[in-house]
Design a protein around this ligand. Structure first.
Ligand code: 13P
Ligand code: SF4
Length: 385
């Protein structure tokens, strides 16, 4: 498939606000899944560049080139194994800790030593006494664990498990963005590459961002990247103006206000819970907005019996485990589709988890100079949390 050669694709680029000049650049891009080279992108303003990155990420996902499974032994060759038992055995032999995000498959969550949100997982990674960290999550999370633990092997079941927010904020563009605002403090969401962390002043997650912003002296202007929806939510919450990088999450961006309102009409007693990565149009219907652990805690404390949950559907597992008598409904996407699964998070499987522990591969490696630069803003986050 070739970019922008078919009429329907051209139309969708236009409706995404892509100008004719950018359409020409897209036409020059050979493969559907290819993001134009950073040196081309640096000539554009961040919002133009983001339009390109966004559209190409969407197309990569549609063409499924990003969700091809890693080279693994076929699941059939592992069929004779009791994977759960084998993973527990390897964990003991290696003195490993398995850290899992709430968006992982339920069987992985159930095996993990700790399941949590991005902040809790980085705190666990910073504190662990285990010899090996096995990270059932996405690359930016495993990289953060490695930045905090240079001497320990950090294993990720599938190195292709990325994040659209990190993909949409390439370091050369982010550097240019920072250079345009030299007097601004740069607060960057943890969903970014190690290179972007190294260019930032402070890292934050959805559970500590508000607290961190409130600690910045009022006279210091702020740049916030890469999630524009979280940024807008925080501007509203804190009353603090910030310049936003125009990124977004492909999963949360898909929730549809129209379908949500229809669902709310069918479930008038249900409370709506939303992650702040959702667009404003969805957030305005929420009874509570918070990080994944915030949403989970809310369902535990609330007397309500029914909840509509606007975040990745993996979190429903812990909600249902804690309160099997309550009803949890995933918020719908456009046309009522249930597209609330993160294709990156779901690249990890029990087979790949077992193989990465057996083979101690894939392992996260980072250049030491980069690691040290990325460590500073992460440590600032942990101090300010
Ligand atoms: P949390 O930090 O709230 O778990 O969010 C991580 C994430 O990737 C949300 O999409
Ligand atoms: Fe990234 Fe969105 Fe997946 Fe979270 S749900 S890891 S923000 S792509």
């Amino acid at each position: 498939m070739h970019y922008a050669t078919k009429e329907p694709e051209k139309a969708s680029f236009r409706s995404a606000g892509v100008s004719p000049a950018i359409l020409n650049l897209l036409r020059a891009t050979k493969n559907a899944g290819e993001t134009p080279a950073p040196r081309n992108l640096t000539n554009l303003c961040p919002s133009e560049a983001m339009a390109i990155i966004w559209v190409s990420a969407q197309h990569r996902l549609k063409s499924k080139t990003m969700i091809v499974p890693a080279q693994i032994e076929s699941p059939a060759s592992l069929a004779h194994l009791d994977l759960e038992k084998e993973i527990v055995r390897l964990k003991r032999e290696m003195n490993a800790v398995i850290l899992a995000h709430y968006y992982q498959d339920s069987e992985i969550q159930d095996l993990a030593d700790f399941v949590g949100d991005s902040l809790q997982l980085s705190q666990q990674a910073a504190a662990t006494k285990a010899d090996v960290i096995v990270f059932a999550g996405v690359l930016f999370m495993a990289e953060t664990a490695k930045i905090l633990n240079p001497a320990k092997p950090v294993l990720l079941p599938d190195l292709k498990a990325g994040c659209s927010l990190a993909d949409g904020c390439p370091a050369p563009l982010f550097k240019a963005f920072r250079e345009r605002y030299p007097d601004h403090v740069s607060i960057t969401y943890i969903n970014c590459s190690a290179e972007v962390k190294a260019l930032s002043d402070i890292i934050c997650t959805s559970s500590n961002a508000e607290k961190i912003i409130r600690q910045i002296p009022p006279e210091r202007p702020i740049l916030f990247a890469p999630d524009q929806h979280l940024g807008r939510f925080l501007i509203k919450k804190t009353g603090r103006e910030m310049i936003l990088w125009p990124g977004s999450c492909i999963v949360h961006e898909m929730f549809s206000e129209k379908s949500l309102v229809q669902l709310m009409e069918r479930h008038p007693g249900a409370l709506v819970l939303a992650h702040p990565e959702c667009p404003e149009a969805v957030l305005r219907h929420a009874d509570y907005v918070g990080s994944t652990s915030g949403l989970l805690n809310y369902t535990k404390q609330s007397p309500a019996a029914e909840f509509i949950v606007a975040t990745e559907s993996g979190i429903l597992h812990q909600m249902e485990k804690a309160h099997p008598e309550k009803t949890f409904i995933s918020a719908p996407g456009e046309g009522g589709c249930s597209c609330s699964e993160c294709p990156h998070m779901k690249l990890n499987t029990m087979e790949k988890l077992y193989l990465c522990m057996r083979d101690r591969n894939p392992e996260i490696t980072l250049d030491e100079d980069l690691r040290l630069r990325a460590l500073k803003p992460i440590l600032r986050m942990l101090e300010m949390s």
